[in-house]
Every structure is written in structure tokens, then in C-alpha cells.
Design a protein around this ligand. Structure first.
Ligand code: HAM
Length: 425
């Protein structure tokens, strides 16, 4: 019996991997343009790090295990807790604000379906130590610019504020976590049960109406009414945030008071981005302002950030037919006849040394089979190393996109292969 890959994991072939790397490269470029720097943290962490404040949703989904010395460890289900742990231990000595991003795989024991996996890749960005309004606007602007740069257009950005609900609920953090969990899942029977247990049945109708509020600034006033005047600070904050985002050129944000988020550490602005083309798992990104540093033994400091599900951004780009800048092999060298093998290898080596990506027939196939192969791997040029041309100091070059063939000097081929490519329509 062949061994299958574990449920909820993926293998990525060369074409798919190239698209993923292209998206990752774009996200990293944009993060650099915004002044973020890359950091990395381990894939395994002490279990405690995630049980402290990630919330019931994440704890149920952890891949936790004991190592050979009986330590409780877990595969990371996200980056934020690890980054804050790193901040408290070391990064806090860096000048503030600290703007960092990370890319890597994370693990959640979820029910797999299209776009929802047990191992997936996140692109995560955090700002630690900037005043909330400035930090929140910067991370929202970064998230929007990232999608813009990838070329995904059909996206819905929804911004809410969890602090208002927290202030309204006035419960212990544990009970608050449970109520918010059911609200996030829109599991209203479980919500009703929880509220009854807490003697707060009277809040059910207001909460259900509140999480459905979505639209322009008017929903903030409606929300304030439902919360009976509570949470005014949060509503004013969202108005100020929208004004700051306008200065970034972001004209319209949808306020969505139903953004509750599945993680327990959020305390302020929360936001999500959907790609409606993706079906059930349409959320390509989620984030917001949170309080974790104090919990992990650090100083109170504003923290805000987000994570893209890289797999979902790639799916969203594919759904919109975005042409991603996927690298191609420049030259595939074909010796014309067995005696030309050595000369063809010299051509190959010269191309590679000049910084041109080049490959050569390893199977001893004839020219026509080699051309088929060059087309199948989507090489740009087939370089035919024939005796007559080489004697003249030339090679025959076939442009595999246009089909045009011409003889040229190796230096000219190198210049052509290295010239920036115009993206094809
Ligand atoms: P999250 O919403 O749990 O937030 O995950 C962020 C993104 O990861 C989601 O929007 C989604 O695109 C993707 N994602 C989540 N679960 C899966 C899955 N099973 N398969 C594929 N993609 C998935 C966080 O993780 C927070 N740490 C974000 C953050 C950073 N908040 C502040 N800073």
C-alpha cells in the first residue's frame, strides 16, 4: 500500500510552488516598502504559550505532544504569540516601533476542505510599540496594498472593534472568551445557553442584532444604541481610523461590528478581508489590535497586526485569473547530434556563469523530442548547438513563445535572456 500524505496537508508541484513563491515574494516586497523587516521563530513552542491567551477555538485545534524529556510542546497554530514571546525576551530592546513580518507554515487540527488545511502557510505582520491609531492604520494599509500588489481586486475589507463588546459584556476574561467564541461562530443556540448560565439572557437579542451590523458610519451609531451608550470610545476610534485611512488613499472601509475573531487576545480594532470568489473559506486575512505582551511578562505596549492565509491568497488570485510573475527557465540547450555534447555543455556553462538560467538534455534525446521537452517545461528559448553555427561562433536560438528562430552570438543571447521581460497580456 502506498503511504498517503496526512489528512489536511498538501504537496505542491513545481507550477503551484512557483505561484506560491511569486505571491510570497510580492507580499515580502510590499512589507519592505512599508518598513517591515523579516524575523523567524521556531515551528515548535511550549504548549503554554498558546493555552495562555489564544482562546478555546485554537486550543481545541492544537497539535500538542510531549518530547522525549516529557516537555509539553505544540506546533505553532499562528505567529502572533511566538512573536510577542520573542519581543518580551529580546526584541523589546530594539528601537520602537518594531515592525516585523514572518512567513511560514502553521498547524491547526481542523476539519479539512478546500482552502482549509491542517498545515498551511501564513504571511504575518506585526507592529509593536506604535500608538494604536497610527499602528492600526498602517497595518490595514499594508494588508490592502499587499492584495493590490498581488493583483487580487475583488476583496471586502471589514473593520470592527472588539473592545466595545468586551466593555459591554463586563465579564471575567474566561466567560467573555466563551460568549465571544459562540458569537464568532454565529452559534446562537450555544450563545443563548452560555448567556442563560451567566444570567444574561436579556442581552441575547441585542448581541445578535449587533453582530449583523455592517456598512458605513451609520452602523456605528446603531451599534452604540444597541450597546445602550456603552463602548462610545471604540465607535469614535473607528471614525478616527477611517479618517486616517483616507489620508492613505483608502476611501471606503466597511464597518462590520460582527468581526469577533477566533483568537482571544484581541482587545481593540479587529479586521478581516474576504475574497468572495473563494466559497466557504473566503477569509484571506484576519487581524487586529491585541494585548499579549503583558500576559507573557512584558511591558504594556500597543500591539497590532494581521496574517494572510497564503494558500487562500493564491486561490483568490487564481480565481480572478491573475497572471503571477512566475520565473521561467531562460534557455534549454539542445546538442544537435552526439558529437556536439561537449560543445553544448560549454554553452550551458557559459550561460549559467553569466547568470542566465539554463538546462540541457540529460537523456540523449533527439532534437525534436528535446524541443517538446523544452516547451513542456515552459523554457523561453531553445538553444540549438549545431556544428555549422558553432564554427561561426554562433548558436541558433528559437524563441519558444513566438516560434521565431535566429542565429546569434552567445553574448547577445545572454543580453536578451537577461533583459527585463514584458509581462504577457
Ligand atoms: P487567523 O484569522 O486565525 O488569525 O488566521 C489568519 C488567516 O489564516 C485567515 O484569515 C485565513 O486566511 C488563514 N487560515 C486560517 N486557518 C486556516 C486553515 N485551516 N487553512 C488555510 N488557511 C487558514 C491569526 O492567525 C492571527 N495570528 C492574525 C494576527 C496577527 N492578528 C494579529 N496579528
Amino acid at each position: 500500500m502506498p503511504i498517503e500524505r496526512p489528512r489536511g496537508t498538501n504537496d505542491y508541484g513545481p507550477e503551484e510552488m512557483a505561484r506560491r513563491r511569486a505571491v510570497e515574494g510580492i507580499l515580502k516586497d510590499v512589507a519592505h516598502r512599508f518598513g517591515f523587516r523579516e524575523i523567524a521563530t521556531p515551528t515548535i513552542e511550549h504548549l503554554d504559550l498558546f493555552t495562555k491567551k489564544s482562546g478555546p477555538g485554537i486550543i481545541e485545534e492544537l497539535y500538542a505532544f510531549k518530547d522525549k524529556s516529557d516537555r509539553d510542546l505544540a506546533l505553532r497554530p499562528e505567529f502572533t504569540a511566538s512573536i510577542v514571546r520573542f519581543y518580551v525576551a529580546e526584541l523589546r530592546n530594539l528601537p520602537k516601533p518594531i515592525k516585523v513580518y514572518s512567513v511560514g507554515n502553521v498547524f491547526r487540527y481542523e476539519e479539512p476542505q478546500k482552502g482549509r488545511y491542517r498545515e498551511f502557510t501564513q504571511f504575518n505582520a506585526e507592529i509593536i510599540g506604535a500608538p494604536s491609531l497610527q499602528g492600526d492604520a498602517e497595518v490595514i494599509a499594508l494588508a490592502i496594498e499587499c492584495l493590490h500588489a498581488v493583483g487580487v481586486k475583488d476583496v471586502r475589507v471589514r473593520v470592527g472593534h472588539i473592545g466595545m463588546l468586551r466593555a459591554f459584556l463586563k465579564l471575567s476574561p474566561e466567560d467573555q472568551g466563551k460568549v465571544l467564541h459562540w458569537l464568532d461562530k454565529r452559534n446562537f443556540p450555544a450563545l443563548a445557553q452560555e448567556l442563560t448560565r451567566l444570567g444574561l439572557e436579556r442581552l441575547e437579542s441585542a448581541l445578535r442584532q449587533y453582530v449583523e451590523l455592517k456598512g458605513g458610519p451609520e452602523v456605528l451609531d446603531k451599534g452604540a444604541k444597541l450597546l445602550q451608550g456603552g463602548g462610545a470610545e471604540g465607535f469614535d476610534y473607528l471614525k478616527a481610523l477611517a479618517a486616517r485611512l483616507r489620508s492613505y488613499g483608502i476611501e471606503h472601509v466597511t464597518f462590520d461590528l460582527g468581526v469577533v475573531r477566533g483568537l482571544d487576545y484581541y482587545t481593540g480594532m479587529v479586521f478581516e478581508v474576504d475574497s468572495p470568489n473563494l466559497g466557504a473559506e473566503k477569509q484571506v486575512m484576519g487581524g487586529g489590535a491585541y494585548t499579549l505582551a503583558e500576559l507573557l511578562g512584558g511591558d504594556p505596549v500597543p500591539q497590532t497586526g494581521f496574517a494572510f492565509g497564503l494558500d487562500r491568497v493564491v486561490l483568490a488570485a487564481e480565481a480572478e485569473g491573475v497572471k503571477l510573475p512566475v520565473p521561467r527557465l531562460d534557455c534549454y540547450v539542445i546538442p544537435i547530434g552526439a558529437p556536439m555534447q561537449a560543445k553544448a555543455l560549454e554553452v550551458l556553462v557559459s550561460l549559467r556563469r553569466a547568470g542566465v538560467s539554463a538546462d540541457i538534455d540529460l537523456l540523449g534525446r533527439g532534437p525534436s523530442k528535446n524541443l517538446d521537452y523544452a516547451n513542456a517545461i515552459r523554457a523561453r528559448f531553445a538553444v540549438l548547438a549545431g556544428e555549422t553555427e558553432l564554427k561561426k561562433g554562433l548558436v541558433a536560438v528559437k524563441d519558444l513563445d513566438s516560434g521565431a528562430q535566429e542565429e546569434m552570438k552567445l553574448d547577445d543571447l545572454i543580453a536578451r535572456a537577461k533583459a527585463p521581460q514584458r509581462p504577457k497580456a
